[in-house]
Design a protein around this ligand. Structure first.
Ligand code: KG4
Ligand code: ZN
Length: 335
C-alpha cells in the first residue's frame, strides 16, 4: 500500500510517500521559518496561507520523485492535530478532497504519534516495547509504547515544553526564531563550569517535567548580568550553555528513571529538540551505562515532516482505520 502523507500543523509543509513494502519512496518539505522570522514566531494566518500555496506543488513534487501518478496512491494520511487550526485545515481538506476525487481512503493522524514513530523510518528501527521521550515545541512527554496505538503516558510537562523553553530563552538572548538551534549554537562556545542552573523536579520521585522555573532562572541570570554590565558575548554563550546543560540533564535523568521503572532497555527520542547534540550525547552516555540503546530519527525527521505522517498513517490504514467520507478532522488540542 502506497500512502501519501501530509503535514501542515504548524510552520512546515511536509509531504511524503510511504510504501508498506518498499519503505519511504519520496519526501519533501517547505519550511516557513524565514517568513515567520521577521515576526519572532509563527503567525497562524500567514502559516495557513503559505500551506495553501505550497501544498499542491509539493504533492506533485513527491509524485515526480517517486515516478508515480496520483492514481498510484492507495490512501492518504494527514495531520489532524494538535496544531494551528487554520494550518491543519489546509492539510485536512486537501487530503479529503483528493481522497474523494480518487476514490481512496483517508485518515487523520495525531501529530505526536507521527513524531513517536519517526525512528521507525531508519535502517535499524526499535522493536516494541520501548520508552519514548517526545520533545517538541508543544510537548514534553515520556510514553511507554507497546505497539502502534498502545501508548501509556508515563509523565509530561506540567507547564512549558522543552522546545518552548528553548524558544523563549532564545528571545531573552535576542536570538531569532526558531530559538532551539540558535541557543544550541551559542552554547557551543559557552563555558560549562561558569554557571550551574537548576534541574527542575529531579529531586523528587516521578516522571513529570517543569521548565517554567528554569526559564525564569535564566531570565533572572540575564538581568543580573545586565545590572552588573557584564552581559558580553561570552556571558551570553555561558548562559545558553548552562540552560542547555540543565535541560539535557533533566531530560536524561527522567529517561533513566523511566527505563528503570518499566524495566525496558530501548529508548526512542523524537520531536524537534531530539536534534539537540548535547541532549543526544548525554542520553547516549547514560544509556550505555544502563545497558540500554537509544534510537533517534535522522536529523530532518526530528522536526516536522510528511514522512512520519505517511508512516503512521500506513500502519493505521493497514489495520483498517479510516475517516468517514467527508468527516475531515482538524483538532487544535488533542490529548
Ligand atoms: O517537533 P517540532 O519541529 O515542532 C513541534 O511539533 O513543536 O519542534 C520544534 C521545536 C522548537 O521549539 C525548536 O526550537 C526545537 O524544536 N528545536 C531544538 C533544536 N532543533 C529544533 N531545540 C534544541 N536544539 C535543537 N538543535
Ligand atoms: Zn512537531
Amino acid at each position: 500500500m502506497r500512502v501519501l502523507g501530509i503535514e501542515t500543523s504548524c510552520d512546515e509543509t511536509g509531504v511524503a510517500i510511504y510504501d508498506t513494502e518498499h519503505g519511504l519512496l519520496a519526501d519533501t518539505l517547505h519550511s516557513q521559518v524565514a517568513m515567520h522570522a521577521d515576526y519572532g514566531g509563527v503567525v497562524p494566518e500567514l502559516a495557513s496561507r503559505d500551506h495553501t500555496r505550497r501544498l499542491l506543488p509539493l504533492i506533485d513534487e513527491v509524485l515526480d520523485q517517486a515516478n508515480m501518478s496520483r492514481h498510484d496512491i492507495d490512501a492518504i494520511a494527514y495531520t489532524a492535530g494538535p496544531g494551528l487550526v487554520g494550518a491543519l485545515m489546509v492539510g485536512a481538506s486537501t487530503a479529503h478532497g483528493m481522497a474523494r476525487a480518487l476514490g481512496i481512503h483517508v485518515l487523520g493522524i495525531h501529530h505526536m504519534e507521527g513524531h513517536l514513530l519517526a525512528p521507525m523510518l531508519e535502517d535499524e528501527p526499535p522493536a516494541f516495547p520501548f520508552v519514548a521521550l517526545l520533545v517538541s515545541g508543544g510537548h514534553t512527554q515520556l510514553v511507554r509504547v507497546d505497539g502502534i496505538g498502545c501508548y501509556t503516558l508515563l509523565g509530561e510537562s506540567v507547564d512549558d515544553a522543552a522546545g518552548e523553553a528553548f524558544d523563549k530563552v532564545a528571545k531573552m538572548l535576542d536570538l531569532d526564531y526558531p530559538g532551539g538551534p540558535r541557543v544550541a549554537a551559542l552554547a557551543e562556545n559557552g563555558d560549562p563550569k561558569r554557571l550551574r542552573f537548576p534541574r527542575p523536579m529531579t529531586d523528587r520521585p516521578g516522571l513529570d517535567f517543569s521548565f517554567s522555573g528554569l526559564k525564569t532562572h535564566t531570565l533572572t541570570t540575564i538581568r543580573e548580568f545586565e545590572r552588573r554590565h557584564e552581559l558580553d558575548d561570552q556571558a551570553r554563550c555561558d548562559i545558553a550553555r548552562a540552560f542547555e546543560e540543565a535541560v539535557a540533564d533533566t531530560l536524561a535523568i527522567k529517561c533513566r528513571r523511566a527505563l528503570e521503572q518499566t524495566g525496558l532497555k530501548r529508548l526512542v527520542v523524537a520531536g524537534g529538540v531530539s536534534a539537540n547534540v548535547r541532549l543526544r550525547t548525554r542520553l547516549d552516555e547514560q544509556s550505555r551505562k544502563q545497558g540500554a540503546r537509544v534510537f533517534y530519527p535522522r536529523g530532518r525527521f526530528c522536526t516536522d515532516n510528511g514522512a512520519m505522517i505517511a508512516y503512521a498513517g500506513a500502519q493505521r490504514l493497514a489495520a483498517g482505520e479510516r475517516d468517514e467520507v467527508g468527516q475531515m478532522k482538524a483538532v487544535p488540542r488533542w490529548p
